[in-house]
Design a protein around this ligand. Structure first.
Ligand code: BGC
Length: 747
């Protein structure tokens, strides 16, 4: 018998001209049960290992076909290629491994955290940022990105608020779809794209008490109305993978939720990709007290529809015996393997498995266009919350400026909790950004003031370990306080760079308070005593509650964790080279005791403030979702409802005028309320549209929103979209809870 001239004739799965499903079935038919389970097993390349050590550890299991995917460390394409070569040339069937990584807000070019990016209210900007991140990641050998995060952020104590797009399902859905497009483009196999991963399915944002990894108490009606829509939007946008969450859903760990992973994701939504568990979540079923042991956890996970086991190893180690004993059906394993292989074909791993090592994402200086995008993102995501007497923008001819606070000259803090392969040396600090604007940079005095927290500075590693940050500058706090007040006294204007350390945000970093950390409040109070005007720039991974800072500063900007162009972007705003246009995507609580606080809350049967407020505090936040100032002002006309005709749906219309002296962008927001809904009570207000418009002083624009069933309807608890005839309130407003509604009678 002569060997076929072309190996793909003998192995059709290697033939790039065949349809993906044909290739998947051909390969599946050749696989042993162990090889199938290998595809469902994900390990991590330990960051502390050298490449040689990593190879020594992993080449055996890869050769044996026991690893379908790696979470990568800072290893780069050379190590990936070497591991891939073993997979392709030394394993029996030559199935490539996939390399996944958390590229949450940038790979090397670090953008503002997602919470900040969402404040641009411009999904296309998120798409651009994530497509740059995908390009850099893929060039470094990463073919799968564990983002976008689709969880809702309604409790600012939860550290992972930083990774979300805020509290609203509609905005979150648009941002999710845009990010999926950014990562995957139209062809996830392209050399500059990756697979996306919608996480964490589902309701992780509802962890009780804002404590990470906690259980959730989310009834089906709210799951449907609020938590599921962003994931649904991501599935519709073509996301290839989904990550199940750490939390429980109605008492069941998410990785074992047949309801979420099979009934909703696959049966209702038709999802064709694969589901990976979160880190060790299969094993955590045992710790929850749900499964008796790892074997049972593996069975519950795979049967629920969780295809891949991240880290715990229970699929690989326990399922062969369970299949043999008839406890787990082979067909279940085949389905999961099919799902994983399909994505590997779709991301081009079989046809272009290696990464070009000559393109090193770190060797080159960052391209100017990429820096410009990162700077634009800082400008767009920063939210101006206060600007008394138009103290901003500042003049570049100021003679004496004091920049006080632990975030003014810090590089690491600008990168945020996830930082990809971001480097501190790429960061432009606020001090550098301001100095570059001043006619005489020597007039800038920079004082640390205090440390970011009261103990020593720490950073949280991806595995959750907290270690001292050796690069952090430590202040001698007593001396610094004196220096700060003296600098303030001598200055014409004081810019204070305050906030919370990035190690207190992100995963495993919930907080019980929402104020400034360490001695920053003391520092702020001391500086206010000098009577000098203060511009507060706040760096944080969550909407902090800062009533005193808000009251006593002349201007306040929330700049989040802005990434490598932090200093340039914020300075552009401070000195009027750009105008602020960011809008909050998470309401700002007055005090931590108010959380969870969000605009799309429920009315209660006794909605009057007397009944629903606290005795000692309003229930309303300090700033509503959607709020944000710019350097000009806008006036809205009353909303007008134009009735439906045979050809067109009803529309809501309003005109907006720039009544100030500067050019600006307004984000006009459409809110609705269904006045009576007997299926399940609907929120007090729901965002269902928005438009960003640029207006010069004196200019007016008319905006319209069609009031279609898509705008007015809602998800019922049985998973159906309902559109009810009846009465609705309609607002077109600059933020939630403002403006007068108009009545729409929808029939
Ligand atoms: C996080 C995920 C992340 C995964 C892999 C987990 O601890 O919850 O968001 O993608 O680790 O790094």
């Amino acid at each position: 018998m002569t060997a076929p001239a072309n190996p793909s004739e003998a192995m059709p799965y290697r033939n790039a001209n065949l349809a993906v499903d044909v290739r998947v079935e051909d390969l599946l038919a050749r696989m042993t049960i162990e090889e199938k389970l290998g595809q469902l097993n994900q390990n991590a390349v330990d960051r502390s290992l050298t490449s040689e050590q990593a190879l020594e550890t992993w080449s055996g299991p890869v050769k044996a076909g026991k690893i379908g995917s790696f979470i990568v460390g800072p290893s780069g394409p050379a190590l990936h290629n070497r591991l891939q070569r073993i997979a392709l040339e030394e394993s029996r069937l030559g199935i490539p491994v996939s390399f996944g990584y958390d590229v949450i807000h940038g790979y090397r070019v670090i953008f503002p955290i997602t919470l900040g990016l969402a404040c641009a209210w411009e999904p296309a900007l998120l798409e651009r940022a994530q497509s740059l991140a995908a390009r850099e990641a893929r060039r470094s050998g990463v073919d799968w990105i564990f983002a976008p995060m689709c969880d809702l952020a309604r409790d600012a104590r939860w550290g992972r608020v930083a990774e979300t797009c805020g509290e609203d399902p509609y905005l979150n859905s648009l941002c999710t779809a845009a990010q999926v497009k950014g990562f995957q483009g139209s062809n996830p196999a392209a050399a500059d794209r990756t697979a996306a991963c919608l996480k964490h399915f589902v309701a992780y944002g509802a962890v009780t008490g804002g404590r990470d990894y906690n259980h959730t108490e989310v009834p089906e009606s709210i799951l449907r109305q609020s938590h599921l829509p962003p994931f649904h939007a991501g599935v519709k946008a073509g996301a290839l993978t989904v990550m199940s969450a750490f939390n429980t859903i109605d008492g069941i760990p998410a990785a074992a939720s047949h309801h979420a992973l099979t009934e909703i994701l696959r049966d209702e939504w038709g999802f064709k990709g694969f589901v990976v568990s979160d880190w060790g979540a299969i094993d955590e079923m045992v710790k929850w007290g749900y499964a008796k042991h790892g074997g049972e956890a593996a069975r519950l996970g795979i049967e629920a529809g969780n295809d891949m086991d991240m880290i715990s190893g229970h699929y690989l180690n326990t399922l062969p015996a369970q299949i043999q004993d008839g406890l787990v059906d082979q067909k279940t394993i085949d389905t999961a393997t099919r799902n994983v292989l399909r994505v590997k074909f779709q991301t081009g791993l079989f046809d272009r498995p290696y990464t070009d090592e000559s393109v090193n994402a770190f060797a080159e200086p960052i391209a100017q266009a990429d820096l410009d995008l990162a700077r634009e993102c800082v400008v767009r995501s920063t939210v101006l919350l206060k600007n008394s007497e138009d103290v901003l923008p500042l003049s570049k001819n100021l003679t004496k400026v004091a920049l006080i606070g632990p975030f003014g000259a810090d590089r690491r803090e600008m990168l945020g909790s996830w930082m990809g392969y971001g480097r501190t040396e790429d960061v432009v600090t606020l001090a550098e950004g301001i100095a570059a604007k001043l006619a005489d940079p020597a007039q800038l005095r920079v004082v640390l003031g205090c440390n970011v927290n009261s103990t020593s500075r720490t950073i949280t590693l991806t595995d959750g370990t907290i270690v001292p940050d050796e690069n952090a500058e430590q202040a001698d706090e007593l001396q610094e306080l004196d220096k700060a007040t003296q600098a303030a006294q001598e200055a014409d204007i004081v810019i204070m760079a305050l906030g919370e350390p990035c190690g207190w945000t992100g995963e495993c970093a919930s907080r019980s308070s929402l104020g400034l950390t360490g001695r920053q409040q003391e520092l702020f109070d001391a500086v206010t005593l000098t009577g000098k005007p203060i511009i507060a720039v706040v760096f944080s991974g969550r909407p902090l509650s800062l009533p005193v800072v808000l009251e006593k500063s002349a201007a306040v900007l929330f700049a989040w964790q802005p990434g490598i162009q932090a200093g340039n972007g914020v300075a552009d705003l401070l000195f009027g080279d750009a105008f602020p246009s960011g809008r909050l995507t998470a309401s700002v609580a007055r005090e931590v005791s108010q959380v969870p606080v969000y605009y799309n809350r429920y009315k209660t049967g006794r909605p009057s403030p007397l009944s629903t407020d606290y005795r000692d505090l309003t229930r309303n936040p300090q700033f509503w979702f959607g709020y944000g100032l710019t350097y000009t002002t806008f006036a809205y006309s009353p909303v007008e409802i134009v009735p439906a005709t045979k050809e067109h749906p009803a529309t809501a219309r309003a005109s907006i005028t720039n009544t100030g002296k500067h050019e600006g962008h307004e984000v006009a927001q459409l809110y609705i309320r269904q006045l009576a809904c007997s299926h399940a009570v609907r929120p007090e207000q729901e965002l269902r549209g928005f438009q960003r418009i640029g207006l010069r002083p004196g200019e007016t624009a008319e905006i319209t929103f069609p009031l279609t069933g898509e705008v007015l309807g809602y998800w019922g608890r049985e998973g159906k979209w309902h559109i009810d005839a009846g009465d609705y309130h309609i607002w077109i407003a600059p933020q939630a809870q403002s403006g007068d509604p108009e009545l729409l009678c929808f029939h």
